[in-house]
Every structure is written in C-alpha cells, then in structure tokens.
Design a protein. Structure first.
Length: 521
C-alpha cells in the first residue's frame, strides 16, 4: 500500500517534512524547519539548547516525535531521564531509505542535520554545494551539520551536555546527486576549509533510485539555484513533488519542461506548493532589472542592495546594473564563498559568475580574528578583490554593496555620503519579528539619510517593482496542475490549500492534507 503523510508543512508555509511509504519502503520529501512553529516559542536569541540534542525540539513540537529517526548521540540522557517520549505522541518509523531534498532553503532542509546519519540524502549538485557552503561558513547553531558531522559525547559533571571530543572523527553524510558533479566540486567535497586530520569523506552516488524505487528529478525555476522537483515510481503509480517553484524567473523554461515530462508519467498524485495560490500576478526579473537600474542611475553616492544572498539570479541583475553604471558589486565573504562553491558544482546548467574579472569585489570587514574558511577564501583569490570599509568610504560612488539587515552596522564604518540609496529587493516583513527588524532597518536608513527603494513592510506583493517572488501565482499553479493532470493533488506549503478546490474541480481530486494523517493512494 502507498501512503503520503505530511508530517509537517500542512496548512502553513514551509517546514515541509513529507513521508512517502510504499510497502515497507520509506522516503522523506524534504526535512525543513517550520518557522511558524519555531517562532511560537523561540527567536534569534532564544534557541533550543544544542547541548541537549533534540530534547527541546521534540518537546516543543518542532520535530516529529519518532524516537528512531534522529541521530542517537542527539538523544541525550536528559531525553530519557525526563521521560521525553512519554510526554509526546511517540512513534517509531523504522528504516528510512532516503530523504529527497527539493532545494537549499532552510524551510526545506533546515532540520536535516537531526536525522540519523545512515539515512542517505538525495539532491542536485547545486543544492549539495549550497548546503556545504552554509555549513562551512555557519556559526554556532547555524553551522548545522548538513553535509559532514562529528559524533558527540555526553559529558557529565559541572558542565553537562553534548560535547565534541577533541580529535574526534568527522564523516560526510552519504549524498546521492541528480547529475554527475564536476570534478572540481568533487575534490572540494573531499576537503574542508579548516585542516581537519580526521576527516572521512564518502564519494557521491547517483540519485536514479532509492531502495528499489525508481526516481526522476527535474530542475525547476525558484529563487535559489538547484531547485528540483521529484518523481517516485510507487506500486500505485508515480508520485510527483514540486518543492517550491515559479515560471516567471530566468529559468522558467525548467519549470515548463518539468510540467511536460511529469505529465508523461500520468502521476497518481502531485504534491504541490501553494505559497501564492491567492495571488493573481507575478512581476518579472526584467522589470526588477529596469527598476533597479533606474534607481541606481539616480544616485552618485553609495548604493546598498538588499536581497537574499542565495538568490544568484538577483545577484546577476545587480552585477549587470553595476556594470552599466560603472560600479563594482561588493559582496560579503560568505556570499563569495557560496558563489565559488556553486560555480564549482553548476557545470554548464546555470550561470554563476566567477569572482575574478566579473566586477565583483569582496568586502573585508573589521574583525579581530578570521575564521578558517575566510582565510582559505583570501588565499584562493587575488588580493585586488578585497576592499575594506575605509576604501568604500573614500569611493562610495564606485560600489553597490550587497548588505542586508544583519550587516547594516557596516554603515557606521562607511558613513554614506549625500545622495546614497538603499534598494530593498527582498521579501517584505510578514510576521511580528520581521516587522520589528524592518523598523530597526528603517531607523538605520533614516539615520544615514539613505533614499529607500522597495517595500520593507507587508504590502501588495504584486506591485513591488524591486522584488519578484520565488513562487508561482495562483493562475500559474493551476496551469501546472492542469498540465500534469495527476489523479490527486495534495497542496502543501500554503496557508490556503482550499483555494485549489474550486479552480481544479473538473481537473482532479484535491486532497487537503492534515498533519500526521496518511493519505492513501
Ligand atoms: Zn519553501
Ligand atoms: Zn524555497
């Protein structure tokens, strides 16, 4: 029997964790962080104690309560002593054959590192590259062990909790990639920026099948490179999962090809995202390019461009705008590191600009010590690429700085001159915490007299000329379903799954998933 159980991500945007079962075989589709549930209890500076592994995550409902799904070292003594498993609706999942990751956004892979390390991960080379860069450059809790991990020891005494033993062995997780990765990326995968003696890396394998089930993968257009839709051949027929997608981006053709090819499978079920199912329209990246170019041309001083760092398409737009206005694009070291990793993994599929000779410079902020990945970046690039705050301060009209809220205090060191601007080319605030940050960002913008372009606060998304969503609009989503013509459609990643019912009433059966309740095929 085949069943699909949305363990998380039903009736909300993100946190997708979907279990697909076919007579004993089990696959997970994504294993992301549910920001809505997490935000009920936690915020930036109030986080679950990592020294107690999964304890808080399970207790507070951030992870599905399967006692055999997670890394054994993360199930600490406290979990047992405090009777964690008696306080939640504990279940057992048994062997899981793999987790298919759709793309490298945290709401799709952010909880991956909690999973047992013998569960293989399936994704595109670009998704592996982004996950790897996130781990290499992450700090503290953000340095999640997506790609490589070090088993912890439980320490008791005055300090009690998980600890990384000195000289411990580090291992890579088993990754299965949707296409053959370029050699350059393979060799990067087998080495770490910090010299670790006990690093045991494993070769990539192919993502053609998992536990005897045939898999197909299709690149789709989204606001991060490497986004993949999956199809799994079950004993009831093909099950297709879109991940997040759109059709209006530079690689909209990917999504259209996916629809054509998925239709040929005559799927029994389509699990589809519905973030913007109630939106009518989507602007295009060309419109964003025009608006940004016009804005930059208006100013002779500093330009700050604020956009999602993993959004290479948007970076390419600002790079083009920088070229046309005689400026350099100044990016942060972590974004430079990410770009390099992506460039190595991309092959010829998508365009990733090289750091050298492309009009890109790297911002080298004041710091009392540099992380090892920064040192390795510095060593691997020409010295002329690096620009410090004092240089930017002297030549503000020469740069478009790619900063966001989290780097905004760099303005204090650059001290923008008159006629400077801030272009907000990102998703506007949609919850209370983001609104507080947006207010704070506005204070910085006002404090330094920057002209603001784009919308910081919730607004009619369709009318922001400085940002295009990574998600298809309602009419585009319905067209995708009509193109694929599955027997059943299961909307996830949306607060409005019911919006699918009326427009698709003559096309297929719409099943509104409930968290934890299996849908039988
Ligand atoms: Zn998402
Ligand atoms: Zn996404």
């Amino acid at each position: 029997m085949v069943s699909i159980t949305v363990l998380d991500g039903a009736g909300c945007i993100g946190g997708n964790k979907i279990l697909l079962e076919d007579s004993g075989n089990k696959l997970l589709l994504d294993f992301g962080t549910n920001f809505l549930q997490t935000g009920l209890y936690y915020e930036e500076y109030l986080q679950p104690k990592s020294c107690q592994g999964i304890y808080e995550h399970i207790l507070m409902g951030l992870l599905p309560p399967y006692r055999d799904l997670y890394r054994p070292d993360f199930i600490t003594k406290v979990c047992e002593d405090f009777g964690l498993w008696d306080q939640v609706d504990t279940k057992e999942i048994g062997e899981v054959d793999g987790v298919l990751i759709s793309h490298a956004h945290v709401d799709h892979l952010g909880s991956l590192h909690f999973l047992r390390t013998d569960i293989p991960i399936y994704c595109s080379p670009l998704t592996a590259a982004i996950s790897r860069a996130l781990q290499d450059t992450g700090k503290g809790s953000t340095a999640a062990e997506y790609c490589y991990y070090t088993p912890r020891e439980y320490l008791q005494g005055d300090c009690e909790g998980l600890q990384t033993p000195r000289n411990a062995e580090t291992y890579t997780r088993q990754y299965h990639l949707t296409s053959k990765p370029p050699e350059e990326f393979v060799s990067q995968w087998h080495s770490l920026p910090q010299e670790k003696k006990n690093f045991n890396s494993t070769d990539f394998k192919s993502a053609d099948s998992c536990a005897g089930l045939t898999l197909k993968s299709y690149p789709v257009d989204h606001s991060v490179y490497g986004a993949t839709a999956w199809a799994v051949e079950t004993s009831s027929g093909w099950v297709v999962y879109t991940g997040d997608l759109r059709t209006a981006g530079h690689y909209g053709e990917f999504t259209r090809r996916f629809v054509e090819e998925a239709a040929r499978l005559k799927p029994v079920a389509l699990i589809i995202e519905g973030t913007r199912v109630n939106s009518e329209r989507t602007a295009t990246e060309d419109q964003v390019r025009e608006s940004c170019l016009t804005a930059v041309k208006n100013h002779s001083g500093l330009i700050v461009a604020d956009f999602g760092p993993r959004n290479v398409e948007r970076l390419l737009i600002f790079l083009e705008v920088a070229r046309q206005t005689g400026r350099n694009l100044l990016i942060l070291p972590k974004d430079a590191y990410l770009l390099e990793m992506m460039r190595k993994a991309a092959g010829n599929d998508v365009l990733v600009p090289p750091l050298e000779d492309s009009g890109i410079k790297i911002y080298w902020e004041y710091e009392s010590r540099r992380d090892s990945w920064k040192k390795s970046l510095r060593e691997s690039c020409d010295n002329s690429l690096f620009v410090g705050p004092a240089d930017v301060r002297k030549n503000q009209g020469d740069f478009i700085c790619c900063f966001s809220f989290w780097d905004i205090n760099e303005l204090a060191y650059i001290k923008p001159v008159d006629d400077s601007a801030y272009i907000f080319s990102s998703c506007e605030a949609f919850n209370e915490e983001m609104k507080i940050d947006a207010d704070r960002l506005k204070h910085w913008i006002d404090r330094f007299n920057l002209r603001l372009y784009g919308k910081l606060l919730e607004s009619d998304q369709d009318s922001d000329p400085f940002h295009v969503s990574g998600h298809a609009s309602g009419p585009e989503l319905f067209e995708i379903v009509e193109g694929i013509r599955p027997k059943k459609v299961i909307p996830v990643h949306t607060e409005r799954p019911c919006d699918y019912e009326q427009p698709l009433r003559d096309v297929c059966e719409v099943i509104i998933p409930e968290k934890g309740t299996p849908v039988l095929l």
